[in-house]
Design a protein around this ligand. Structure first.
Ligand code: K7E
Ligand code: CUA
Ligand code: CA
Length: 637
């Protein structure tokens, strides 16, 4: 972009004809605006957009040339879809979806025996609500091993392996209802996965205290990120919304919007201040070691009392119904967004030792600043250059502000800490910058995850997509460059350079993901790579077959109506990207079988008749022909 163009924004349309690649960040409405077309329902938007078109001058391009790869992996939560989505950044091409808490019609997640073993008891739930994806750490940097994510709907925490991009562990947290805030220990290593129990409930929740909300309690949980077992819990006052951990491994902090323990809206907004509760992890571990805990109901998880007066927590009052809690990437502050207050509260982490030692007169003495940012601050992210970026839900803006100047202003200096406010479209929840939850924040791209999209996309009826907007933050000025419609409902994202992730392109035969299935086959005397056999065991039938494009090892097998049938398919193709599937018609049976993978599924054979099974992942010119028959005989024959 030349200087000349910058001075003549009306050249943009011509520029776009000359260089169609620019469409990727200008967007159609921006071009129309620049042409001076007005009228119709889009007028107001276009006027706003022509300003954006100018702002995009000189911005980095989101264009990734054909055949080239993106610079970053973006891991998006899937909200109430229950999944995780992978985007390439900066192109914002959706590359993959990882089913986690949901059932998946394409891969058979939730239906295959391998996924059921991982989901455990909670497989009975067919939904999930995945809010907060986070990548494992070593010494405050992402290490590319795992992604962890919460399920708000059914109180679970799951782990995704980043070598195969598959969910490999899931745990239901006891004694709580709804995991909302989820964060990881950043140092020395993950370490603990911390989970906020959001809704207060009777303890144990066995029918007692139904009408006695004063005796409902929330717990903060630490899951061991390696074993995925619950390590311990801490009982708190109020509730737990969002949280973050520091960069030393010593402290974590969570926002509470319901210090009132209200059960309706008015009660939850009664106080002018709620709080941020700070957890002292060493002290909690010590309490557990010393046997200074109780257990609740059937659970044997140690529960440490962290309510007011406890040695393991401190409660820092902050303005009204705070929401996001984000550790600045310089490690200095926990920043809690005010939501119903136009402020953010900066808690200085270096003062927490004194807070816990009892050296401060007032809990509020840990507040380094409380800058006024705008209406409805929800979440904050960072560029690694001293600036914070906070979403303003009500104002529909991102505010960029300088942390050091905010502190100076709080201390009485007449200095303006607001750097820029940028309109986003519309009503942003989380925002997130590249690498911005690690000490390596690189200040390149910022995403505003907007809850409303209204007029930004082709209309699709009453249910609208969300709008994830991409903003270039590499320069002084934030520049809006791209709109991405998304389906229900990414809350949060984490974005890392592509070289942090190393994947397998073909499964290893000894992979733990299907090791249990292999073990059971071996118990049947089966060599999965070569055997094609049917084993009957009472009314249980185990069918073993290989797949190799374009054929299954068995083109028919015979069972009886009502049999419990387990089909195990081993894909003996070794070629990258040569996935097969297995789908039995009219039985709700489906699974993916990738190169060198073994997949299995168990179902009940239907009424007598012929049922075709077929390969449902396109694998070969003769993919349509890759099929066989399940012959179901009457039960009594
Ligand atoms: Cu603000 Cu669940 Cu992270 Cu959504 S929470 S926005
Ligand atoms: Cu095998 Cu399609
Ligand atoms: Ca409140």
């Amino acid at each position: 972009m030349t200087r000349h163009d910058k001075d003549h924004p009306h050249n943009e349309a011509n520029e776009e004809v000359a260089n169609p690649g620019r469409r990727s960040f200008l967007g159609a409405t921006a071009t129309v605006g620049a042409l001076g077309v007005t009228g119709g329902t889009g007028t107001a938007l276009m006027m706003g957009s022509s300003g954006e078109a100018r702002a995009a001058e000189g911005a980095k391009s989101t264009h990734v040339p054909l055949g080239e790869l993106d610079d970053y992996y973006g891991f998006w939560s899937g909200g109430q879809s229950g999944e995780v989505r992978i985007y390439g950044v900066p192109s914002m091409r959706e590359i993959m979806r990882i089913p986690v808490f949901n059932y998946c019609s394409a891969t058979g997640w939730g239906m295959t025996n391998e996924s059921k073993r991982i989901m455990g008891d909670s497989n009975r739930f067919m939904n999930g609500d995945a809010h907060h994806p986070h990548l494992s750490y070593t010494d405050g940097s992402h290490d590319g091993r795992y992604l962890y994510i919460n399920d708000k709907a059914n109180s679970r925490v799951a782990r995704v392996r980043l070598d195969v991009f598959k969910t490999d562990a899931m745990v239901t947290i006891p004694n709580i209802q709804s995991v909302h805030g989820l964060r990881l220990q950043k140092a020395p290593k993950t370490g603990y996965v911390f989970a906020n129990g959001e809704f207060h409930i009777p303890q144990p929740n066995d029918g007692r205290d139904l009408d006695n909300p004063d005796n409902y309690w929330c717990l903060w949980t630490a899951v061991d990120g390696e074993t995925m077992e619950v390590a311990w819990q801490v009982m708190v006052d109020g509730n737990l919304d969002n949280m973050d951990a520091d960069y030393t491994g010593k402290y974590a902090a969570a926002t509470c919007y319901n210090s009132e323990k209200g059960v309706n809206l008015n009660e939850k907004m009664r106080s002018e201040r709620d709080w941020v509760v700070v957890f002292n992890i060493e002290r909690i571990e010590q309490a557990v070691k010393d046997g200074n805990y109780t257990t609740i109901g059937d659970s044997d998880v140690p529960v440490v009392d962290g309510r007011h007066g406890s040695e393991v927590t401190r409660y820092v009052p902050v303005p009204k119904n705070p929401h996001g809690c984000n550790t600045s990437t310089d490690g200095k502050y926990f920043i809690a967004a005010g939501k119903l207050s136009p402020t953010a509260s900066m808690i200085e982490i270096s003062r927490l030792d004194d807070l816990f030692a009892g050296n401060l007169e007032n809990e509020r003495d840990v507040i380094a600043a409380e800058p006024e940012l705008g209406l409805g601050p929800l979440h904050t992210t960072y560029d690694g250059r001293g600036n914070a970026y906070t979403t303003l839900f009500i104002d529909s803006q991102i505010v960029k502000w300088n942390m050091e100047k905010a502190v100076r202003n709080y201390n009485g200096e007449d200095v303006n800490y607001i750097v820029q406010k940028l309109d986003v479209h519309y009503q942003p929840g989380h925002n997130h910058a590249t690498l911005a939850e690690s000490k390596d924040a690189d200040g390149q791209w910022l995403f505003s995850l907007n809850k409303f999209s209204k007029d930004r996309f082709l209309p699709v009826g009453p249910l609208h997509p969300e709008n994830d907007q991409m903003i270039d933050i590499s320069g002084e000025e934030m520049k809006l460059v791209h709109d991405t419609p998304t389906f229900a409902e990414p809350h949060d994202t984490v974005i890392v350079p592509r070289d942090m992730i190393t994947t397998k392109q073909v499964w290893d035969r000894d992979d733990p993901f299907f090791a249990e299935t292999v073990k059971r086959a071996n118990e049947d005397g089966i060599t999965l790579e070569s055997d094609n056999k049917v084993i009957r065991d009472g009314n249980q039938v185990r069918v073993y077959m290989t797949s190799s494009a374009p054929r299954y090892g068995l083109t028919e097998f015979r069972v009886k109506s009502g049999d419990e049938v387990t089909v195990t398919v081993t894909n003996i193709d070794k070629v990258e990207d040569l996935s097969h599937g297995f789908c039995v018609v009219d039985h709700g049976v489906v699974m993916e079988v990738n190169p060198q993978q073994t997949s299995s599924i168990t179902f009940t054979a239907g009424s007598p008749g012929v049922y075709w099974y077929y390969c449902n992942w396109f694998c070969h010119a003769l993919h349509m022909e890759m099929a066989g028959r399940m012959l179901v005989e009457p039960a009594d024959s």
